[in-house]
Ligand binder design. Structure first.
Ligand SMILES: *Cc1c(COP(=O)(O)O)cnc(C)c1O
Length: 361
């Protein structure tokens, strides 16, 4: 059996006719930048998420930058976030000259542990960036309460979690600003780079739209220092087609996840845990195992691809050595990074494949 990890080709074939038509419509008009496809996708994203404003942009990384720039994050500001995430979450904080301040994760959800946040708040703290890791929002109830008490902003890094919910609210509609990514391997992916920023504040939305085009207020008049951060018409047209089927894709991902958990329940490993207040977009189906190298090798031998998200927590990355963290500072993140392993995940993993994978352990 040859098992594909993300199975992007299969998804393209499934919607090929509609996607090809959407692409050719853009080509025929040649409105590559800020064509009507951009606005159409943004309106459909608003409808899907319930967020008042959706602003597409060049990537999930740039979405984080735009969010922080809109909130005036400046050098020496401190931003609290998790060390157990993709580099972009903390890299963008540092890129703006601000300081990432890490807080260890919850042992079950692998998301930032709210009970450890308050100890890290100082007079310089401006915002908290929870990440909805593997598709599941963090404990937003607790995080929003802390933010309110200390007058901090919340930016949700929802790069992996489009379509998930917490207390029935879309992940894109949590916090002051929420961001997502349309990188091909994310649950809702385009055919290149893309992302979006969501906010219920019209004022912030206006500013983000301006920052996205070099901070301009009108052509060649620049109110802010901004960036070239647009998502192009082609990518918007592609995501707009996929968005129509996303509810179904999401349900299939969740179904694949429960079938995995059922098939693996008697193995010696830790299954994913979803908080009862949350739903997960299952960007990844990640389990914890002892002797990960051996298990990965065994699965590879059987033809099962696996991946590790992420093998090294951010506080131990070379680029953050200047922050002065050391091994042992965030023990849960460190242990989980040594044991975590993702299995093939996409809406189309078949029952046969799930049983084959479970038997390969
Ligand atoms: C993928 C990802 C990003 C960055 O998204 P890009 O579109 O690749 O720039 C940011 N944060 C997290 C948690 C991610 O998984």
């Amino acid at each position: 059996m040859k098992i594909d990890f993300a199975n992007l080709q299969y998804q393209y074939q499934l919607y090929k006719q509609e996607i090809d038509e959407a692409i050719h419509k853009v080509l025929d008009k040649s409105n590559y930048i800020m064509g009507n496809e951009v606005k159409e996708l943004e309106e459909n994203l608003q409808t899907f998420t319930g967020a008042k404003n959706a602003i597409t942009c060049s990537s999930g990384t740039d979405a984080l930058l735009l969010a922080m720039m809109a909130l005036d994050i400046k050098p020496n500001d401190e931003i609290i976030t998790t060390p157990f995430t993709f580099i972009a979450t903390a890299e963008t904080i540092a890129f703006l000259g601000a300081k990432p301040v890490f807080v260890d994760i919850d042992e079950k959800t692998y998301n930032i542990d709210p009970s450890k946040i308050e100890a890290k708040i100082t007079s310089k703290t401006k915002a908290i960036i929870p990440v909805s890791l593997y598709g599941q929002p963090a404990n937003m109830e607790a995080i929003e309460a802390i933010a309110k008490k200390h007058n901090l902003k919340v930016i949700v890094d929802g790069a992996q979690s489009f379509g998930s919910t917490f207390n029935g609210v879309s992940d894109s509609n949590l916090g002051d600003i929420s961001t997502t990514s349309f990188f091909p391997a994310k649950p809702l992916g385009c055919f290149g780079d893309g992302g979006a920023v969501f906010t219920n504040s019209d004022e912030l939305a206006q500013k983000i739209k301006s920052l996205r085009v070099h901070g301009q207020s009108k052509r060649y008049h620049h109110k802010y220092i901004g960036m070239g951060g647009r998502m192009d018409s082609l990518q918007c047209a592609i995501v707009d087609v996929k968005l129509k089927y996303y509810e179904k894709d999401l349900a299939l991902r969740q179904e694949v996840a429960s079938k995995y958990s059922e098939a693996l329940k008697d193995k010696e490993l830790v299954l994913p845990f979803v908080d009862e207040r949350a739903t997960s977009a299952f960007a990844q189906y990640s389990i914890r195992v002892k002797k990960r190298d051996d298990i990965q090798a065994k699965l590879k031998e059987a033809g099962v691809p696996t991946a590790v998200h992420y093998p090294m927590p951010l506080h131990l990355q070379e680029c953050f050595a200047y922050l002065g963290y050391k091994k042992g500072d965030f023990p849960i993140s460190e242990t989980v990074s040594e044991e975590i392993m993702s299995l093939p995940m996409n809406p189309y993993v078949s029952d046969d494949e799930i049983h084959f994978i479970a038997n390969a352990f």
